[in-house]
Design a protein around this ligand. Structure first.
Ligand SMILES: [Mn+2]
Length: 428
């Protein structure tokens, strides 16, 4: 039994606002599908962020449909979960993956958490934000119990795990059950493969460069997917790389040698099939950056898709320090400031920050309601001052430690507490 595992394809992402970059993501996805078919696998798992948003454009939907139908034509079924990008946390909403169920896509959801593919047990859950990690953890316990009766099992998740993600994560390593054979994860865009429990855990990474800080990993591990053979005692993982259609070229330029450096870059990019994205660091600048910018543009703009220059002046590199990738960001500051308040309030704040900075204002109310329900116990709380005060008097509002973790029960009303369970009948 052999399968392909991919994640974070982000179809519909228009990087830098450029249609060419949106097409690059589609092109890579098409290549990935072709390579999967060449690999002669029995099935495919997509671990979330299939689309860039929960409301993909018709073009993004069609590009996925094209790939899915190709797989279907080759007799290869596909399993998928929703990621943080393509899930909706508002009550009464469904992820875009659901559209493709009639075309054979097997959507793993809180309603349909598990499937059998031959003798392989496949289970998983969509993305849960950090403020709902208690719900997620109790569901993982249930899935682990179900997996115990199968010799070979796969767990599909789209989450950050502390060991593999520096700051913002929803799960700690100990929260993940250790009795699965293979852990098909998504969310982290860099390639990761490691032993976990009695099996192997893989983040295949994104299929395109979604953010420029992925470039180093791309040079090291390439982009692509993995093919996993489940026949042996341990899963055998093979990395399959897929060439990206366009190059990112990063260069440092010394201002004192501006002309010769520009000429060198011109030589490098002249014969590329597609105009590259140029990331330029111009050092030792002691004159008007506008003039330098114009000069660079004059020489290189026709040969490149986009130029992203950073100017470092002679006096100091203060500007540089601020934009360094490992500098502390707003999320870290929020976490530090709210640490110790309890009730996961720091994580709630980070979730809200993430949603609001992506303009997902509609999701915000659902996240707050869910948080309130989970921590303060009542299902039908309306957000009025009256209610809030009465609750406080009646139940001791901040004694969140006494609240039992929620246990999955598909038939009980409890299921409506789960932010990822929306239109039950559509997910079934
Ligand atoms: Mn992603």
């Amino acid at each position: 039994m052999k399968f392909a595992h991919l994640a974070d394809t982000h179809l519909g992402y228009r990087q830098f606002g450029l249609i060419e970059r949106e097409r690059d993501f589609y092109e890579v996805f098409g290549k990935v599908i072709d390579k999967i078919i060449e690999e002669n696998v029995d099935f495919v798992i997509h671990s979330g962020d299939l689309f860039e948003t929960a409301k993909p454009s018709p073009m993004a939907l069609l590009e996925f449909q094209k790939g899915l139908l190709k797989l279907k034509g080759a007799g290869i079924p596909m399993y998928a979960i929703a990621g943080n990008h393509d899930s909706v946390m508002r009550k009464g909403s469904i992820p875009p993956q659901v559209i493709f169920k009639k075309m054979g896509l097997k959507v793993i959801s809180p309603i349909n958490t598990n499937y059998m593919q031959g003798d392989v047990f496949i289970a998983g859950l969509p993305f849960y934000p950090a403020s709902q990690s208690n719900v997620l953890k109790s569901k993982l316990v249930e899935l682990s119990k179900k997996a115990a009766s199968h010799e070979k099992s796969i767990l599909v998740l789209h989450q950050g795990v502390d060991n593999y993600f520096d700051y913002q994560y929803e799960l700690e390593t100990g929260d993940i059950p250790d009795n699965f054979t293979y852990y098909a994860l998504g969310h982290i865009h860099k390639y990761t493969e490691t032993d976990f429990g009695k099996g192997t855990l893989v983040y295949p990474g994104s299929t395109e460069v979604w953010k420029t800080d992925e470039l180093e990993d791309y040079r090291e591990n390439g982009k692509g997917f993995v093919v996993v053979d489940m026949d042996g005692n341990k899963p055998a993982v093979k990395r399959v790389k897929v060439d990206l259609p366009r190059q990112f070229i990063k260069r440092s330029i010394d201002y004192t040698k501006l002309e010769s450096n520009i000429a060198g870059i011109k030589e490098t990019i002249r014969d590329l099939e597609k105009p590259p994205i140029l990331i330029l660091n111009i050092n030792n600048v002691d004159s008007d950056t506008g003039v330098i910018y114009d000069r660079i543009n004059e020489e290189l703009s026709e040969l490149s898709l986009m130029i992203r220059p950073t100017f470092n002046t002679v006096e100091g590199e203060i500007d540089n320090l601020i934009i360094k990738d490992d500098s502390i960001g707003p999320k870290e500051l929020i976490m530090q400031r709210l640490e110790g308040y309890g009730s996961n309030v720091d994580k709630l704040a980070v979730d809200l920050y993430e949603l609001l900075s992506k303009d997902k204002t509609e999701d915000v109310q659902a996240v707050i309601e869910q948080y309130y329900t989970q921590h303060f116990g009542s299902d039908d709380v309306e957000f009025t001052t009256d209610n809030f005060e009465r609750e406080e008097v009646d139940t001791g509002i901040f004694e969140s430690d006494n609240i039992e973790p929620m246990v999955e029960n598909e038939d009980s009303e409890d299921a409506t507490k789960d932010i990822q369970v929306t239109f039950k009948e559509v997910l079934e």
